[in-house]
Design a protein around this ligand. Structure first.
Ligand code: KIV
Length: 257
């Protein structure tokens, strides 16, 4: 079992949800790690929140590596997860080359958006000891713009598809499955049957962990999603807001009982 799997297993067994927040620079990385955030994600949401674009599609390997280096300087004991940009994993060779390029920068795990055609690519990454998070549900890289944001898995066909994909990924041995905007009962079912830690965003309270975009939870985003909360409103500092987010996440399992 690799280091990431061991660490996450420990968190899941301690019966508190795993906290994950996006980050793009070293100052916020320090605040997140000092606040005890378990996983810091250099998301390709940087296309929107840093570059001011409509979607994630323009994010390049060079940009993701630049921001990863900035965050890595202050990640301390948090796990550093980094998104593979669109087109950086279109075949096995490219996926191996680019994920190694990202991991060189003190990065612990790469994340990619999963469609069935990525099965052999993920198998190749795993067989090369590359820690992988597979992203299911709403897939921003494969959507034209924010218009595709909706709850996924409401219809039987879509539900069975996502469930099947999660089972395949669990069996393959990915390190994390991330569910974005997945119907909450389906997210709960996937969490209950998987050995892999399930981290959700907009997918209900029953996953093994929760991920949020940093600027949504500190009131910077202009149009935050309905499922996010501005924790800065009730705090005196960004650090206090992040700690409140972490405490909120930790209590979800107790509330779920
Ligand atoms: O890029 C990102 O910020 C993400 C999160 C929304 C999960 O993938």
């Amino acid at each position: 079992m690799n280091k990431i799997k061991k660490t996450l297993k420990k968190y899941v067994e301690s019966n508190r949800q795993i906290s994950c927040v996006t980050c793009y620079d070293s100052s916020f990385a320090k605040i997140l790690s000092d606040s005890g955030i378990d996983i810091i994600l250099v998301g390709d949401s940087l296309g929107m929140v840093i570059k001011g674009e409509k979607n994630t599609h323009s994010v390049t390997m060079q940009e993701i590596i630049y921001h990863s280096k900035c965050v890595a300087k202050n990640k301390k004991s948090s796990i550093l997860m980094v998104d593979m940009p669109i087109d950086s994993y279109i075949n096995e060779l490219l996926a191996i080359k680019n994920s190694r390029e990202i991991l060189k920068n003190n990065v612990d795990i790469v994340k990619l958006e999963y469609k069935d055609e990525h099965k052999t690519i993920i198998e190749k990454l795993i067989s090369n000891n590359i820690p992988v998070c597979a992203h299911l549900g709403y897939l921003p890289q494969f959507s034209s713009d924010q218009g595709d944001v909706r709850i996924y898995g409401k219809s039987d066909v879509e539900k069975n598809k996502i469930l099947e994909q999660a089972k395949v990924l669990d069996k393959m041995g990915v390190d994390i499955i991330l569910l974005e905007c997945v119907e909450s009962n389906l997210a709960k079912e996937i969490t209950n049957i998987s050995n892999t830690p399930i981290i959700g965003i907009g997918s209900g309270n029953h996953c093994d962990g929760q991920v949020q975009v940093l600027y949504d939870i500190i009131g910077v985003s202009e149009n935050p999603p309905k499922f996010s909360k501005n924790f800065l409103q009730e705090s005196k500092s960004v650090e206090e807001a992040i700690k409140k987010f972490k405490t909120h996440i930790s209590k979800l399992n107790i509330q779920n009982k």
